[in-house]
Design a protein around this ligand. Structure first.
Ligand SMILES: Nc1ncnc2c1ncn2[C@@H]1O[C@H](COP(=O)(O)OP(=O)(O)OP(=O)(O)O)[C@@H](O)[C@H]1O
Ligand SMILES: Cc1ncc(CO)c(N)n1
Ligand SMILES: [Mg+2]
Length: 738
């Protein structure tokens, strides 16, 4: 089936001085699938000559038809040209005769725009015509005698009734492309949009992109070697394409045995196998851009050239990889001539200074202006833009320059050198980023700017990775990580630091509480202290039941035992509070404790119970954790004198009580609880971790309220009590987690 989607109709006047042939060459390179030679004034002989020339230039990459001149088509065929068919108007030669003379495989199109035309076509013998040219769509100067324009809706109405493919023609501009496609067009035929374009290749690409619908995620193919250590080659390319917003694909030219220290061996699979990979991708997927990296040898290069010539991908970036960062050769020396041929197919070539020297036949540049001058010569030589890279330039700068000799453009990108050894695969990563950014619709200088910005962030991030002992890789996803686009599964250490940081202001709030300050310096009102202990006893009793729920839900016997043991310790602690700290006046009589839970206690227990009721083990243990962690932290710091030295003194009224805050076995249990919570967080998905963090934070806030409450209430009735009487016994807190 012939691809009618982008159909070029030539106009000798609009093509201007550069000529029809040149416009066709460029437009086909940009993706035109069918070319119609249309020249109302040329003689038949001139038409024949042009057909021969065009057939040569197109070389089978697009279909070639001629407007009207059936005899010229036949004559050009007789002289060896490949002319695929004709396009005839209602008043031109008979389509039946054209079919008879051109044969069953020829492409025959017919202009039609009325119901009567359609009826007439239906009356033809089957197989006479292949498609209809339907228009004009808008008023146009290229067909002075055009009928009333159909507009998009008129075209839609016609196409809906037609059983023949309809190509929309006449006054079609780039902004009509999607609407016509959606109105049922088999393709759009354009004249001015390509013949009058400054850059017909770019214009054709833009039209094709519109026709395909701007794929918001460009499909980018890397043709390169494999680096099993993941920093260079296709592995780097795929990460780079992904990080820059594309969908990455990879056809492997060679397998390297390599790590961050160097290349140990290279295996090049048969060239046919590479071609088969490329064909498999092309047969199925529209490619928006191609990045070409390691090519190993001349045969691989020839394979890639022939595929490029067959497929004409819209964007081609070639990173002329010759030598790895480590100094190992990645391209056989005798393949350099073949590489030069490939470079002519590129839109952009990205040599480092060493590669530039080889390709520009110059000494390795030791200063930036020589490098740019070499790049200008190379660009003129290959007819493609060159991005010359300053990574290998000495000094504290690492500039790049985009150089395009065909448009006399030199665009400098200054940049300070990033102090890092993690530069393995920068070239691979940059060229893939460039292909992707260009495919996203940026022009080259914009694409270079965006790719460089990304690369520099990734270069900085490389220092964080712990990959290898040589030149480490860049961190392709450093930006995503920094902006929280990737949530990494936290390790135990990370959950410790991240969650602990998350409650920093709550912890600071606890430290600042008058209750804690007064507890530390021994001035705490005894009534407030007793209130606190009474509520703590109530809390521990409820907390023990929730710990038992954690034991019930625990996934392993070890965790089950841990939480059950903590529940047991909590009950023991509560009983000790009754027996040793609280008197009947505090609500204890005959072993029965009758104080009523305060609002802080009720709120905290409600939170824990409702979390337990939800049945999510990970969330539950996250909710239980602050009670362990905050007390261990506070106890340790109180006893270390962080709140004043008096807290360390034996004369402190609550001295023995304070000591037990920093109990070793309690600290150990806290570490275990942190470990279990961290493992559960690592095993959770992102929403699960978010739920855990919410439960954890809520508990921390309840701890703050719990500590705040005693001094917020009125305890004057107890103010004459002897606080020192309370300093005899061990604390409940340590037995909470026996
Ligand atoms: N230390 C650095 N600081 C900042 N930018 C750098 C640094 N090293 C390299 N670059 C940039 O990285 C990109 C790749 O340049 P480089 O000259 O290193 O390519 P290369 O030699 O082809 O890389 P590779 O080693 O992957 O083959 C360029 O944009 C360059 O400016
Ligand atoms: C496979 C492969 N391609 C390219 C390079 C260039 O860095 C490399 N080291 N390895
Ligand atoms: Mg390189």
């Amino acid at each position: 089936m012939i691809d009618l989607s982008l159909y070029l109709v030539t106009d000798p006047v609009l093509c201007g001085e550069r000529g029809v042939v040149e416009v066709v060459r460029e437009a086909v390179a940009g993706g035109v699938g069918i070319v119609q030679l249309r020249d109302k004034t040329a003689t038949d002989e001139q038409i024949v000559e042009q057909l021969i020339e065009l057939s040569d230039v197109i070389d089978g990459r697009a279909a070639l038809v001629v407007n009207d001149r059936l005899d010229a088509a036949l004559e050009a065929r007789a002289r060896g040209a490949r002319v695929d068919g004709v396009h005839l108007g209602q008043s031109d030669a008979s389509v039946e005769r054209a079919r008879e003379l051109l044969g069953p495989d020829a492409i025959i199109g017919l202009t039609a725009n009325t119901a009567a035309h359609l009826d007439a076509v239906r009356a033809l013998p089957p197989g006479t015509i292949d498609h209809l040219g339907v228009g004009v769509i808008r008023p146009t100067s290229t067909k002075p005698d055009h009928p009333e324009p159909l507009g998009i809706e008129g075209f839609r109405a016609f196409a809906e009734r037609s059983e023949f493919p309809c190509v929309a023609i006449g006054g079609v501009g780039i902004d009509d492309v999607e609407a016509l496609r959606d109105a049922g067009a088999a393709g759009v035929a354009v004249v001015s949009a390509l013949c009058a374009a400054d850059d017909p290749r770019a214009a054709a690409r833009a039209l094709r992109r519109r026709w395909r619908g701007a794929a918001s995620v460009p499909r980018v193919l890397s043709i390169a070697g494999s680096d099993p250590s993941g920093g260079a080659g296709i592995q780097a390319d795929l990460k780079s394409i992904g990080a820059n917003g594309g969908y990455g694909m990879a056809a492997i030219t060679a397998l390297s045995v390599q790590n961050t220290r160097g290349v140990r061996a290279v295996h090049v699979p048969p060239a046919d196998f590479l071609r088969a990979q490329l064909d498999a991708v092309t047969d199925d997927i529209d490619i928006d851009a191609v990045k070409i990296g390691m090519l190993a040898d001349a045969e691989v290069i020839r394979t890639v050239i022939s595929w490029l010539d067959d497929v004409r991908p819209p964007i081609v970036v070639v990173d002329p990889v010759m030598v790895a960062t480590s100094g190992d050769r990645l391209l056989e020396a005798d393949a350099e001539a073949a590489l030069r041929v490939l470079l002519r197919r590129a839109d952009l070539v990205t040599p480092n200074l060493l590669e530039l020297a080889v390709l520009a036949d110059a000494a390795v540049a030791d200063n930036w202006s020589d490098a740019v001058a070499d790049a200008e010569r190379l660009s003129a030589d290959i007819g493609a833009a060159v991005l010359v890279k300053g990574g290998h330039l000495g000094g504290d700068q690492s500039p790049d320059a985009f150089v395009d000799a065909t448009t006399a453009t030199v665009h400098e990108f200054p940049g300070t050198r990033i102090d890092t050894d993690a530069t393995h695969g920068t070239g691979c990563s940059l060229s893939s980023a460039l292909a992707t950014q260009r495919a996203l619709g940026k022009d080259w200088p914009e694409a270079v700017g965006a790719a460089r910005e990304w690369l520099r962030e990734s270069l900085r991030g490389g220092a964080e990775l712990q990959v290898g002992h040589g030149n480490g890789p860049i961190d392709h996803f450093a930006g995503l990580r920094a902006r929280g686009g990737i949530e990494t599964s936290p390790t135990s250490d990370e959950v410790v630091t991240r969650w602990w940081e998350q409650i920093a202001s709550i912890r600071a709030g606890i430290d600042d509480l008058p209750f804690i300050r007064a507890l530390a310096d021994g001035t705490l009102d005894r009534g407030a202290f007793t209130h606190y202990l009474a509520q703590d006893a109530l809390y521990l009793s409820g907390y023990a039941r929730v710990l038992a729920d954690a034991a019930r839900l625990a996934p392993t016997a070890g965790e089950q035992a841990f939480w059950a043991n903590a529940a047991h310790g909590s009950i023991v602690g509560e009983l000790e509070l009754h027996a040793q700290w609280l008197t009947p006046e505090d609500g204890v009589s005959d072993g029965t404790f009758s104080a009523t839970p305060s609002s802080a206690t009720t709120a905290y227990l409600d939170h824990l119970r409702s979390t337990a009721y939800g049945g999510d083990y990970a969330q539950l243990i996250a909710a239980l954790l602050p009670c362990f962690w905050l007390y261990t932290d506070l106890g340790t710091r109180l006893n270390a004198g962080c709140f004043g030295e008096y807290a360390q003194s034996a004369a402190h009224p609550y001295a023995s009580w304070l000591r037990t805050y920093a109990d070793d076995s309690f600290a150990e249990a806290t570490q275990q609880a942190i470990g279990y919570t961290a493992s559960a967080a690592s095993a959770s998905d992102a929403p699960g971790r978010a739920r855990m963090l919410r439960a954890f934070e809520a508990s921390a806030r309840h701890e703050l309220a719990f500590f705040a409450e005693p001094l917020a209430l009125d305890h004057r009735s107890n103010s004459d009590r002897d606080a020192s009487a309370l300093s005899r016994s061990p604390s409940a807190r340590d037995s909470k987690v026996v």
